[in-house]
Design a protein around this ligand. Structure first.
Ligand SMILES: Cc1cc2nc3c(=O)[nH]c(=O)nc-3n(C[C@H](O)[C@H](O)[C@H](O)COP(=O)(O)O)c2cc1C
Length: 194
């Protein structure tokens, strides 16, 4: 399993949360390729050919970013607009991402209990990310459950690092989203119990 881990932040140097996670993931051996997109592309003018090659070369694609105005930051939206293109991600010949995994990791400023129906934010964070889920679906990718850290604006360094460690163990659990292997494990356990 080759994992491409990409961080989309308008200014990672001034970030509290995403910078720490980026450094933790980069220092770990959990992923094959880790990238701070803002330092590779200071103007976010993407090299489409290079990005396509990177996507083709990996099996799991992880997008890490802060939650902005109930959405992804524009740098990530621009990435999808330009890189998930016709006959690459969708369209009659657009099967290049088929069966690859798609994972969202995001820091959310507000508290978890505000992200409830009728609450201050009215919807859950997962609901705000439906467009990403559908992007993965249309691209015939496997959408893994998104991972959020709520109350990110109030978190201290220790807490942020604990989340970073959880992110690394999440990535390392490569069988987690594969229902067939989960089923196989359950069947094996049932057989062993007999
Ligand atoms: C422009 C902007 C918009 C934001 N919008 C939201 C929002 O809609 N909901 C929310 O919970 N937090 C929001 N926040 C808070 C960010 O999610 C939070 O600052 C970020 O996750 C912290 O990550 P960082 O330290 O890596 O920048 C916003 C922050 C900024 C700067």
């Amino acid at each position: 399993m080759k994992t491409l881990y990409m961080v989309f932040h308008p200014n990672l140097e001034h970030s509290k949360v995403n910078k720490i996670w980026y450094e933790q993931v980069a220092e770990s051996s959990a992923v094959t390729t880790v990238r701070d997109i803002g330092s590779e592309y200071p103007d976010f003018n993407y090299n489409i050919e290079k990005e396509h090659k990177l996507l083709l070369d990996h099996d799991r694609i992880i997008f890490q970013f802060p939650f902005y105005w109930y959405n992804m930051p524009w740098q990530l939206k621009k990435y999808f607009d330009e890189i998930f293109s016709f006959n690459f991600a969708y369209g009659p010949e657009g099967d290049k991402l088929k069966n690859k995994e798609f994972q969202v990791i995001s820091s959310v400023g507000g508290a978890v209990d505000s992200y409830t129906p009728g609450g201050y934010q009215n919807f859950t964070a997962s609901e705000f990310y439906r467009p990403l889920q559908q992007t993965a679906f249309l691209s015939r990718m496997k959408y893994l459950p998104p991972y959020f850290m709520y109350s990110a604006v109030a978190a201290d360094e220790i807490e942020i690092k604990q989340y970073g460690e959880k992110i690394i163990s999440l990535i390392e659990d490569i069988d987690r989203a594969d229902s067939r292997s989960v089923l196989k494990r359950i069947l094996k356990r049932a057989k062993d119990l007999k």
